[in-house]
Design a protein around this ligand. Structure first.
Ligand code: ADP
Ligand code: TRP
Length: 321
């Protein structure tokens, strides 16, 4: 089985990325051939700072490796190191109905938020389809927000196969219910573009401040809180603390007597401890950037062995060679 996912180098990675994408991807290492890439072409639809893109790309590689991705078992590469994906994007684009792209949530959400739409943002799902189809991918682990994109990939693959003959593997998304949508510090979906994130590798002081500033309601500590399970700090605590600890805090909040300040302090402590081993590993890697560059170079070379075959198959199928 071939497993593939990508992550954009558009800012500091957050715990939504960790629980929605990195952790599942790391666990999948035992289930098949995994290919993970840093979607730097995609990041161009929202980020126009070249130095930031370069730095973010390296940071994302460090983050993946620090969080347990084993580059001997898996392929980790930078999307633009295999530029053939752009050729496949064109091929697929000629079979992609405008209506399909107009219905894309990511496009609709971003334009609604005032991002001026460019062709790249509109074509984003076609590039994503090319990413997935270029590696004969069976399974795509993603957060729920990407489900529609994987469904579009399926539609495009089916249409190509129907038009030009069986060429592409039709992939399935894999979405985990328990971490499908990690809430951000304001209760909306945690996202780099909403400025509501808890970084995986933030500075201690800054993260403590972020957590302590989570807005709660004005009920006194003594008041029972029947809606304790919906409390944002409880929801985040469930991700980073042992199950029984999170349940205990939830029960204490429900019964009354636990103040929000104490709850947030506990959340910080469990968050900090949870990521401690990854933080240590990241520091080690950051001191050896040559190794990280080697991993990416080697990853691109290995990715190409599959992409060259698949692109050749696609070109032949549609009469380009
Ligand atoms: P962002 O929304 O912060 O820009 P990306 O779109 O780059 O994040 O997402 C990278 C990966 O992380 C995707 O698989 C996405 O589904 C997952 N992801 C992002 N935010 C969350 C979240 N809040 N909860 C769960 N998964 C998420
Ligand atoms: N669109 C994804 C996101 O923002 C990133 C991505 C690009 C991706 N290409 C992909 C994810 C291919 C999975 C498969 O999260």
């Amino acid at each position: 089985m071939r497993i593939l996912t990508g992550i954009q180098p558009s800012g500091q990675l957050h715990i939504g990325n960790y629980f929605g994408a990195i952790k599942p991807a790391v666990e999948l290492q035992t289930r098949g051939d995994c290919t993970y890439f840093i979607a730097d072409y995609h990041s161009m639809t929202s980020l126009t700072d070249a130095a930031a893109r370069r730095q973010n790309t390296l940071d994302v590689a460090l983050d993946w490796l620090a969080c347990g991705l084993d580059p001997r078992k898996n392929v980790l590469f930078r999307q633009s190191d295999v530029p053939e994906v752009c050729e496949l994007m064109w091929i697929l684009g000629t079979l992609t109905p405008m209506g399909l792209l107009e219905r894309a949530h990511s496009y609709k959400d971003k334009t609604a938020k005032g991002l001026s739409p460019n062709f790249g943002l509109f074509a984003y799902p076609v590039l994503m389809a090319a990413d997935i189809l270029l590696y004969d991918t069976n399974l795509v682990p993603v957060g729920r927000d990407q489900k529609q994109h994987v469904e579009m990939t399926r539609d495009i693959a089916i249409k190509f196969n129907h038009t030009y003959g069986e060429t592409f593997v039709v992939p399935e998304p894999e979405i985990r219910d328990e971490t499908a949508v990690v809430p951000g510090l304001d209760g909306q979906k945690m996202s780099k573009s909403y400025g509501n994130t808890l970084p995986i590798f933030g500075e201690e002081k800054a993260v403590r401040k972020l957590i302590m500033s989570i807005v709660m309601d004005s009920r006194t500590p003594q008041e029972p809180k029947p809606d304790a399970d919906k409390n944002l700090a409880i929801q985040l605590l469930r991700l980073v603390a042992p199950v029984e600890v999170a349940a205990d805090y939830e029960n204490r909040l429900r019964a009354g007597g636990l103040g929000y300040g104490d709850l947030k302090k506990a959340l910080f402590e469990y968050y900090w401890t949870f990521f401690a081993p990854y933080r240590a590993k990241r520091a080690e890697l950051a001191a050896n950037l040559d190794y990280v560059h080697d991993v990416l170079r080697d990853g691109a070379a290995r990715a190409r062995t599959t992409s060259a075959d698949v692109l050749d198959r696609a070109r032949k199928a549609c009469g380009l060679s």
